[in-house]
Write a protein that binds this ligand. Structure first.
Ligand SMILES: Cc1cc2nc3c(=O)[nH]c(=O)nc-3n(C[C@H](O)[C@H](O)[C@H](O)COP(=O)(O)OP(=O)(O)OC[C@H]3O[C@@H](n4cnc5c(N)ncnc54)[C@H](O)[C@@H]3O)c2cc1C
Length: 495
């Protein structure tokens, strides 16, 4: 780009579009930001479970006060993912966001990871809270509260979130207009000159942000950027999505359950629960998927939706003066809930590039930013292959195929090291520097699924007893924890 950016046009009024608008206006109030969306293309409406980086971004980078956010949409704390996954004789394991492998303790002779190879139950505070179905809010009974901010994510009602962001964007001066974008006119260098909208309207800007969802109206449609598919490594391509009016306690975690031809999520929001069966259409028909879904979720409301998706990313998310964010730039199947994560991560990388170049990014800077974001997408794909390769919960054709055919790609070496030496610090050298999941994520999935380790000796009596003691101490430190319902009521009283 060889001009100063002064005007930005964003196509799309869902999570990606509105988060981009709010973020740009927050960091560059001088920018003129126009956001266009069309009711003809509804927001996809899934994207309700996040990683821990998402709340951190909202509250620490965008300075959105927790109190304001909670009162507006009451997110449910997500302490991690409860995986009903792995070996048949263990009901579940917890993937927590509080870095359970890095806890420090004088009372242990080895790192917690060593013991986790044998027994990963309740290995951290969040893991204990997950089993209790309790939130990270501790109350001493005297009105004093403490929130254990060890890295929780959120469950959010995405429509409420969109409403909140639209209000926020307007208050920051973003101009939001309803209008359909039909096409775009390119100049000789391949930059978008203007958007061609309904009623022959032309929208000019210096930077265009494509947040049009899977349509990828500008990046794919106009610029014809190449799509790099992950479908040869991750085999799910469809989902049945529905809701359930709450009839049980709120779970402060996402649940991922193994199904015949894929897996099912459970995401608890305050008033409802969202269930989705993610499956491979090569292994079951839509009707079969619906039947299996309903057999486990008979209470689901009758608004079931079918969604098809392709896992993959565009080669570059930033091409000339077009930046694509959200599903318009890539999507990897939702097992680790990385959609909102990638939205905030991508827009954050754009902010950094714009800050570093005083709003005049050079092609080299754009290339480096593209590389960074591409690496993140590729890591998500690599990481997810571990979940499919080693899940032995069910012996169906889909899961047999996953065990045999899943290509581990860049994590092959890491798995070989783990199979050879178990939990060891050298694993950190094989994880990308900008890893989303970090060493705890990899070790959780390997230990949780009980990937066999050569020459693993059983714990000695002394080791078993110190591990037990360690976890009992963690329990003691969690006195006064509240379930999410109690925690919400308390916060409502205080705020
Ligand atoms: C099955 C499934 C489950 C998922 N689960 C999760 C999850 O648990 N957690 C998570 O983080 N992510 C999840 N995702 C990803 C999730 O979809 C994204 O995080 C996010 O919700 C997508 O937002 P978006 O803004 O990119 O796209 P969309 O919500 O599709 O929004 C597109 C916007 O573009 C506008 N638009 C499109 N075309 C035009 C046009 N021509 N003119 C004007 N406006 C236009 C539309 O009006 C809309 O406002 C999931 C995805 C799938 C498929």
């Amino acid at each position: 780009m060889n001009i100063d950016i002064k005007r930005v046009a964003i196509v799309g009024g869902s999570s990606a579009g509105l988060l981009s608008a709010v973020t740009l206006k927050h960091f560059f109030p001088q920018l003129q930001v126009l956001l266009i969306y069309s009711r003809k293309h509804a927001a996809i409406g899934v994207g309700e479970s996040t990683t821990a980086w998402f709340p951190q971004f909202l509250h620490e980078h965008l300075n959105i006060p927790q109190e304001e956010f909670y009162k507006s949409i009451w997110p449910v704390w997500k302490l991690g993912i409860k995986f009903e996954w792995g070996v048949p004789n263990i009901a579940h394991f917890n993937y927590t966001f509080d870095r359970q492998f890095r806890y420090d303790s004088q009372s242990l002779s080895k790192t917690p990871g060593f013991y986790c190879m044998h027994d990963m139950r309740q290995a951290s505070r969040y893991s204990i809270l997950m089993d209790r179905q309790h939130s990270p809010l501790l109350h001493d009974g005297q009105g004093n509260i403490k929130i254990l901010a060890d890295g929780f994510g959120y469950h959010i009602d995405v429509y409420e979130f969109i409403k909140y962001l639209a209000m926020k964007a307007s208050s920051l001066g973003v101009d939001i207009q309803e209008m359909e974008v039909i096409d775009a006119k390119l100049d000789e260098q391949g930059n978008v000159q203007y958007l061609c909208c309904e009623d022959d309207l032309k929208i000019e800007a210096d930077l265009f942000i494509d947040c049009s969802g899977f349509k990828s109206q500008l990046l794919r449609g106009v610029l014809k950027e190449e799509f790099i598919s992950f479908s040869h490594r991750l085999f799910c391509d469809s989902a049945i999505v529905g809701n359930w009016k709450r009839q049980s306690p709120i779970f402060p975690f996402t649940t991922a359950t193994t199904m015949n031809s894929g897996w099912r999520w459970r995401i608890d929001l305050r008033e409802r629960v969202s269930f989705g069966y993610v499956y491979s259409s090569s292994f079951c028909t839509q009707d079969e998927a619906i039947q299996e879904y309903l057999s486990l979720t008979p209470e689901a409301t009758d608004d079931l939706r079918k969604i098809s998706f392709k896992s993959g990313r565009y080669r570059r998310f930033w091409v000339n003066n077009v930046v694509a964010i959200g599903n318009a730039s890539g999507f990897v199947e939702p097992l680790e809930s990385t959609g909102q994560h990638m939205i905030v991560e991508t827009i954050w990388r754009v902010v950094l590039a714009l800050q570093d170049s005083n709003l005049r990014p050079t092609p080299k800077l754009i290339n480096a930013t593209n590389q960074y974001v591409a690496d993140l997408w590729d890591e998500i794909c690599d990481f997810l292959t571990l979940h499919f390769k080693f899940n032995r919960k069910l012996d169906t054709p889909f899961w047999k195929y996953c065990q045999e055919k899943t290509d581990l790609g860049s994590v092959q070496n890491l798995v070989e090291l783990y199979q050879d030496s178990g939990v060891c610090r050298a694993i950190a050298h094989l994880i990308p520097k900008s890893s989303i999941f970090e060493i705890d994520g990899y070790l959780t999935i390997l230990c949780g699924q009980q990937v066999p380790v050569k020459h693993l000796k059983p714990l000695t009596e002394r080791e078993s007893s110190e591990w037990l003691q360690y976890r009992q101490t963690l329990h003691k430190n969690l006195e006064g924890s509240l379930n999410p319902q109690e925690a919400f009521h308390l916060l409502e009283k205080i705020w």
